[in-house]
Design a protein around this ligand. Sequence first.
Ligand code: PLP
Length: 470
Amino acid sequence: MAACKFQGTIVSNQFINKKEATKDHASAVVQAVITGRKKFKIKLPQLTTTYVPLPIPLIEKDNEIIVETESTNSAGKFGRFGGTFVPETLIMSLNHLEAEFKNVLHDRVFQDELATALRDYVGRETPLYHAQRLSEYYKSKNGGKGPDIYLKREDLNHTGSHKMNNALAQAMIAKRIGWKSVITATGSGQHGLATAAACAKLGLECTVFMAAKDMERQSSNVRLMKLLGANVEGVYGSFKDASSEAFRCWVEDLENSYHMTGSAVGPHPCPTMVREFQSVIGKETRKQAIEKWGGKPDIVIACVGTGSNALGMFHEFLSDTDVRLIGVEAGGLGLESGRHSSTLAKSEVGVYHGAISYVLQDDYGQIIQPHSIAAGMEYPGVGPELSYLKESGRAEFWAATDEEALDAYDKLCKLEGIIPSLEAAHAFAILDKLVPTLPNDNIKVVINCSGRGDKDVDILFNRRVVHDGK
Ligand SMILES: Cc1ncc(COP(=O)(O)O)c(C=O)c1O
């Protein structure tokens, strides 16, 4: 079905029909010669009627031609994805936020304060850790050959995940603008926890919406959020319902409250802003890779809930076309079961929570309930920039099932003494399938270990020790 669905309404095929788009808008295929030998083609996605594409500049540097894949424009579009699909009443607040976001990007005082807080409060930079026993395990299963596997240790951040990079920066923006109260939604509780901590540090009120079932399965995070002074509101349904509830609450008090987006989703400028604050992950990785082995990673891998840790890692390497970018979605009970959260693998384009992206939906444009054992992966949409990276072919997307994630969690615990979050475990889970396909020589794989798994201990213990007797 080629229709583009807008929150339940099927908009005419013509609006998004690929043939029409090809006629009306140039479908550019940029072919760049990189380092004078490698050829790489980037296909620009087809465009909707309202969007004027940014030209993609070819930058020449040290005799290399670099494809600039920075794709966002002033309307917050990534190819045909993104934008601002919200009621008129929100436009002023979003414009205000966008202006402040642009300000702080170039504001020395803000940037210095953020850098200091990231270092002294969050604990950055996080290490790039050589997982020797995990690498040996895969070599031993692969005839003695296999990649060297490194972990970007976002699990070591204060509050235990990459979410803090974004929550802290946005809380600083809220305070700067003068908003007193922060409203947000969380799935796994990691973003809620990071927001609660950042608000406590900055003296802001904090309300976190969370689905009742997530409050139950991630109860340790609920307790921590409350200890940090946050007001946690339970919502019937899943993370998507908690997100909708946070939007509703924000709309009721636009003057005093700030809606904090926890991932690279939502209306412009949220996806760009979150990606910007998370891009520290990839920047550090590049620097650390040069220090450790004098080059770049060959492959970077990250789990994809809605996109923030994946983009945080990928963005730095977008124009390094010799670096493979792999995102791993939650395959749940299997892609054919209909019980999964693999939006990029199995969905259609639509508008959800304020932006155009891929969305899990039925033929009538109604949202299909996502499923994942990892609460933070259970969302029916995905960020517009990742949607663009899928459509342009720059990044590839795989899926790992609940069981594969549980196995990977177990493996990392036993081989490295590291307890990953169930979300991050999805990224590790594809190694079983990926490693046998790799050339044998000197491949460096970096996996973004987006969070630590203390919150998931009960799930693991019940599944593996009580149920499976392992
Ligand atoms: C530790 C961790 N990793 C990954 C994710 C997925 O979110 P995102 O795709 O925005 O990184 C979550 C979401 O809650 C999380 O808690």
